[in-house]
Design a protein around this ligand. Structure first.
Ligand code: ATP
Length: 287
């Protein structure tokens, strides 16, 4: 194995299980770098990223377009290999899958009903029928889609399809949830509703979530911590704690003066990076 090869280590959590391992980070990223070989040469998408992400935290990632957010998520999801460094995800030792991903676009199987889509992960893992019925029934009810369980994706609105994707991801009961701008294609009203629904489901499970967004508002509304990434090559610029408690009510939170102040601070961190990314685009620095 070369120095550059992937080192996804599944650190088995202690026999005490996940609760006992709560103090340890769920995800430990060390000196992570990703270099793409392109026709124009080597292109560094990520450079020396080190992070600890606590178990049960809602961890938001913001950064200018092209700074490597999706690349980071894809490495965590095992869809991409790192060039240098390491990623460790603490595994609870059960049969749970390591991750589930929710993307921006449609990721549902068009030939499956809502119920079948939501049940997909559990069905693939051969879970008992009664368990699948119970878990899928629970999450479809939580996102208000029980009535549509026999509908096909083309019969649903974009917002409803994203709700099914969220139900599927939670029903799969993964160690970590990876969400790449899941609401960015939705209109403002739907976005607000889905943010509230996601928070309610998350409050029940307290799964470790990594969530990419371009919206500073969304980052502050949902997150416990916000990683601000620098423009190319993607690095950790800063990690900001969100001081608001749980459970959160989306609209009430936004009415608080501290909310506006935090959004402003984060935007200040981000603004220079967005400008740098723009300048890089004009200079043709990026691939
Ligand atoms: N397979 C690839 N081959 C070459 N370059 C790539 C590849 N995948 C991503 N890149 C480049 O790496 C950089 C980071 O891409 P990535 O999609 O991770 O950024 P991002 O921050 O998620 O962007 P956005 O916010 O626009 O979605 C970009 O310049 C992109 O062009």
């Amino acid at each position: 194995m070369s120095d550059y090869s992937i080192q996804h280590k599944l650190a088995q959590a202690a026999a005490a299980g996940e609760a006992g391992a709560a103090a340890a980070p769920k995800i430990r990223i060390r000196n992570l770098a990703k270099i793409f070989e392109t026709r124009r040469g080597r292109f560094a998408a990520l450079d020396d990223v080190s992070l600890d992400i606590p178990a049960g935290s809602f961890f938001m990632i913001v950064g200018p377009s092209g700074c490597g957010k999706t690349t980071l998520l894809r490495i965590l999801g095992g869809l991409e290999t790192e060039t240098h460094g390491s990623v460790e995800i603490a595994h609870s030792g059960s049969e749970r899958p390591l991750n589930s991903m929710v993307f921006q676009g449609d990721s549902l199987f068009p030939w499956m009903t809502v119920w079948q889509n939501a049940a997909y992960g559990l069905t693939m893992r051969g879970r008992p029928r009664a368990e699948i019925e119970e878990v899928v029934g629970h999450y479809l009810s939580r996102i208000g889609l029980t009535r549509f369980k026999d509908a096909y994706p083309h019969q649903l609105s974009g917002g409803m399809r994203q709700r099914v994707s969220i139900a599927r991801a939670f029903a799969n009961d993964p160690e970590i949830l990876l969400m790449d701008e899941p609401f960015s294609a939705l209109d403002e009203q739907n976005k607000l509703l889905l943010q509230g629904e996601l928070l309610r489901i998350w409050d029940e499970t307290r799964k470790t979530v990594l969530f990419i967004t371009h919206s500073v508002d969304e980052a502050v509304t949902l997150g416990d911590r916000i990683l601000v990434m620098s423009a190319h090559p993607g690095k950790v610029k800063t990690v900001i704690d969100v001081p608001f408690g749980r459970p959160r009510q989306v609209l009430e939170l936004r009415a608080r003066p501290e909310y506006g102040a935090l959004v402003y601070n984060i935007w200040e961190e981000l603004r220079d990076e967005v400008r740098r990314a723009r300048a890089q685009d004009e200079e043709g620095v990026r691939s």
